[in-house]
Design a protein around this ligand. Sequence first.
Ligand code: 5GP
Ligand code: ZN
Length: 113
Amino acid sequence: MDCIFCKIVSGDIPSNKVYEDDKILAFRDLNPEAPEHILVIPKEHIASLKEANESHLELLGYIQLKIAEIAGSLGIAESGFRLVANTGDEGGQTVHHLHYHLLGGRFMKWPPG
Ligand code: 5GP
Ligand code: ZN
């Protein structure tokens, strides 16, 4: 499948990993928008949250708890962080493999653009 993030999972495209286990991978965004900008993805190809279903319930819960742990390991759990899942065209999704942006290390504005 022609998916950049599947290629990152398989190692065909290199990435700067911050966490990995059998279910998920977390790596640094190529174009960081904050001092800490990590992408957290399931290893399984799910195109977006729109394509997720009840068979993914456990995985989706797992990934969020791990993200909180990863934020802790990066030292941004106490200061605060933002979690974003751009979904679909108007949501700003450009890579069609479910991913969460974990952003921190600066004050985040609201609302986002
Ligand atoms: P989206 O716009 O789909 O929410 O986010 C895709 C993100 O993937 C963007 O922030 C972009 O910088 C990042 N990205 C795209 N290609 C690569 C890549 O090959 N390696 C890494 N580390 N990040 C990538
Ligand atoms: Zn994929």
